[in-house]
Design a binder for this molecule. Structure first.
Ligand code: ATP
Ligand code: MG
Length: 313
């Protein structure tokens, strides 16, 4: 079946590639199915493996808005869904008093209706994701926006419970206004670094994919795209060493972002190749814990550099 012009995971890999997102087939399959079944996709994985970026790539591919909800401890409905604009409501009451007065019961009722109308509603990301304004019609097909619920593991349990209604019913209930819904579910991507486990109830409503660190070839390709102009040899060395650092089982394995930053930093410093000296100087771009720095210093750097050189030949 064809969804937004894409007939399967392989084609989705190509489409994302055009947005400079280099996906493997596992991720593309999960994403394709989430789009086809109109189900949210929960992406879990270490930091910097490309979870957030994939939502951005989907939104640029479709040319639809990316609506992002960054989760944090204590996030609640007023930040995530909606709240009433109290100061504007107050100002409205004042103005009404001055102009017409509010003495009769009828007037009071009317005033209340006015105060709790869409005019004074502040729409937060989850509500905006259902708003027709963010739905685009292209070739007579309704394209939903991409909703990114980023780092859900940082939010509290109660907030997760609240999300259940929105994700399974594609609707929000506002007591004063009723139930608001959209014709089509937004393309929803949730991400988690797994600092705690997401509840089963939420997981059941989502498709799930664990995002692995990239293979050497994929990492090489990503660095080339995101750090253009860096020499082939340097990119190969960065990718080879980064992969090996991850294998060491360090406390915080470097993500793709670190590898890209490292390649850029080396290039900025004018290094054409990595050697022991430049490695020691720039290590802080790759690993960010003292214990990890100590472990990384044990790497057999010269043999890694040789391997990297052979890989570009
Ligand atoms: N598959 C990919 N293709 C292209 N670029 C990628 C890919 N994966 C990661 N990147 C690059 O790595 C950077 C980090 O990715 P991203 O922010 O998506 O990671 P994350 O998994 O969301 O990390 P965190 O858990 O720390 O939020 C991005 O800015 C992007 O440039
Ligand atoms: Mg992220």
């Amino acid at each position: 079946m064809n969804y937004f012009g894409v007939s399967g995971p392989k084609e989705l890999v190509e489409v994302l590639d055009r947005q400079d997102y280099v996906a493997d087939e596992g991720l593309a399959t999960a994403l394709y199915l989430a789009i086809a079944l109109e189900r949210p996709l929960l992406l879990e994985g270490d930091a910097g493996v490309g979870k957030t970026e994939v939502a951005k790539a989907v939104s640029t591919w479709l040319g639809v808005p990316l609506i992002r909800l960054q989760c944090y401890e204590g996030i609640d409905v007023s930040q995530a869904v909606y709240e009433w604009d109290y100061s504007r409501q107050l100002l409205h009451i004042r103005t009404r008093e001055l102009v017409r007065g509010v003495e009769s019961d009828e007037n009071l009722e009317q005033l209340e209706d006015e105060l709790f109308s869409e005019r004074f509603l502040v729409r937060r990301p989850l509500l905006r994701a259902l708003d027709s304004e963010n739905y685009t019609v292209k070739d007579s097909e309704l394209l939903p926006p991409v909703l990114l619920i980023d780092e859900i593991d940082r939010a509290d349990d109660e907030f997760e419970a609240y999300l259940l209604e929105i994700l399974s019913e594609n609707a929000v209930t506002i007591p004063e206004l009723g139930r608001l819904t959209s014709e089509r579910a937004p393309i929803t991507i949730l991400t988690s670094n797994r600092t705690r486990d997401v509840h089963d109830a939420l997981k059941r409503r989502c498709l799930y994919h664990w995002v692995e660190h990239p293979s050497f070839d994929r990492e090489l390709e990503i660095i080339k795209r995101k750090a253009p102009g860096v020499s082939e040899v340097l990119v190969s060395q960065v990718a080879t060493i980064t992969q090996e650092v991850r294998r060491l089982g360090v406390y915080k394995p470097p993500g793709i972002a670190e590898a890209i930053d490292w390649a850029r930093s080396l290039s900025l410093l004018g290094s054409d190749e990595i050697d022991a000296e430049v490695f020691a100087k720039t290590l802080g771009v790759l690993v960010k814990y003292r214990e990890d720095e100590a472990r990384v210093k044990d790497l057999d750097l010269s043999s890694l550099i040789r391997t990297a050189l052979e890989r570009v030949k």
